[in-house]
Design a protein around this ligand. Structure first.
Ligand SMILES: Cc1cc2nc3c(=O)[nH]c(=O)nc-3n(C[C@H](O)[C@H](O)[C@H](O)COP(=O)(O)OP(=O)(O)OC[C@H]3O[C@@H](n4cnc5c(N)ncnc54)[C@H](O)[C@@H]3O)c2cc1C
Length: 390
């Protein structure tokens, strides 16, 4: 077990740090205020080759791994973006990239993958429905075979970055649940165009992550072409989980960056701020310890996340490590960023100090893309061997 980074990895972190700081806190504050998507930064990330870091060289990627992606996301998010930037990695190299490279057709790999890697097109992923969130197997969006392909009908909710995406990975039933013996049967993934007859969407007003919109999506007899199938017809459930587990690695990396950023802002403030006499408030242990605790927790989450990434890259089972890292990272972020705000007193509440944006944005990751409760269920059942209670 060697925890040291290679020269190439150090160089990538250096470049990611530079881009992260170039599109720093002020850039993100303006986007957040306007509710604008970070398109310019994303293009810079793609131009640096980071979108395709874990994807194959023959499709325009760097042929490296998920560990490199985690290291890059940590550095980019620490530079000023916070956790929201990690969503763009989930959407593009994961939902688009991993699903196509592992389960897509040769044609998709040849035509779509290079465009995702270069930033020419964007992706989104539509799984969640009003009555199917945590319980994803309850999805009712149905793709009915029509001879040439399928016709899609149903509704999705909370789908990120739909207006910015050209392609949407849709998870639908191709067999009704009541017609299956196992409810995991009859789930299928498709990659369709967002701009297509029968697809409409409507933004949802939300607390944070204002730079990445979330939408209700409606499919009204939407045609799906025969060559838009991703993976196995009726057998997409296991393949979907495989894609979703890599999403956790990117989520955790974003949270690691966000906590380091928030702690850095709080420490800088506390080192300057004097209230009672000449000593800076950073010398008060009541302020130090919660920040030190968050630092310790996020470093542990980061190490566990790197382990998950290394296992993924070696083709081994990594779901437990990815989920445990995400659990601790989201909790450390919630508590750590909250305490960073507390350290700044009233100024922590001011937009100009940036911590309030990090606080609003990181809150999302306690229940998405997988909730803390479901990770604890996973650990209880799969790691500890306890009985399933639901
Ligand atoms: C801003 C945002 C962006 C999103 N982006 C996307 C996206 O791009 N694509 C997409 O498909 N989805 C997306 N989601 C959806 C997200 O993945 C879901 O919100 C999440 O999976 C939780 O589902 P739910 O909201 O339906 O909660 P519910 O399933 O209604 O759960 C409610 C609560 O009950 C708890 N709970 C449920 N079952 C159990 C149990 N057995 N034991 C203990 N506790 C339990 C949950 O943990 C949760 O706390 C997004 C959500 C948000 C808010």
């Amino acid at each position: 077990m060697d925890f040291r980074l290679s020269e190439e990895q150090e160089l990538m972190i250096e470049t990611a740090t530079r881009i992260g700081e170039q599109y720093g806190v002020d850039y993100w504050r303006k986007l957040d205020e306007a509710g604008d998507y970070p398109s310019e930064m994303w293009q810079a990330i793609c131009d640096a080759g980071f979108c395709g870091v874990a994807l194959a060289e023959e499709h325009g990627g760097a042929g490296l791994g998920m560990l490199e992606m985690a290291l890059i996301v940590e550095a980019l998010c620490k530079g000023g973006a916070g956790s929201t930037l990690s969503q763009l990695f989930m959407l593009n190299p994961i939902f688009g990239g991993v699903s196509i490279s592992k389960y897509g057709s040769d044609e998709m790999r040849r035509t779509v993958l290079p465009k995702i890697i270069s930033g020419e097109i964007g992706c989104c992923m539509a799984l969640t429905e009003p009555d199917a969130g945590t319980n994803s197997l309850e999805v009712r969006t149905f793709a009915e075979a029509d001879g040439n392909g399928w016709r899609l009908n149903g509704q999705k909710i909370w789908i990120s970055a739909v207006p910015q995406a050209e392609k949407m990975l849709v998870i639908a039933r191709t067999k009704k649940k009541e017609d299956t013996v196992r409810k995991t049967d009859g789930i299928t993934m498709f990659l369709i165009d967002v701009a297509r007859e029968g697809v409409s969407h409507q933004a949802i007003d939300k607390v944070g992550t204002r730079c990445v919109p979330a939408s209700n999506v409606f499919f009204d007899n939407t045609p799906v072409h025969g060559d838009e199938l991703v993976g196995t017809l009726h057998g997409g459930w296991k393949e979907l989980l495989d894609v979703l587990n890599t999403e956790r690695i990117v989520t955790t990396a974003g949270l690691v960056g966000a906590v380091h950023l928030a702690l850095g802002l709080a420490v800088d403030y506390a080192n300057q701020r004097k209230i009672f006499g000449e000593r800076a408030i950073s010398s008060y242990q009541g302020l130090q310890f919660p920040l030190a605790q968050a630092h310790a927790e996020i470093e542990c989450a980061s190490a566990m996340n790197h382990k998950a990434a290394v296992l993924f890259d070696a083709g081994e089972e990594f779901g437990g490590q990815a989920n445990m890292a995400k659990l601790i990272a989201a909790q450390a972020a919630a508590e750590g960023i909250e305490r960073a705000m507390q350290t700044m007193g009233g100024m922590g509440y001011a937009k100009e100090m940036h911590v309030e944006r990090l606080w609003r944005d990181a809150r999302l990751f306690r229940f998405a893309p997988i909730s803390e409760e479901m990770i604890l269920n996973y650990i209880s059942i799969h790691e500890l061997g306890m009985a399933r209670g639901y």
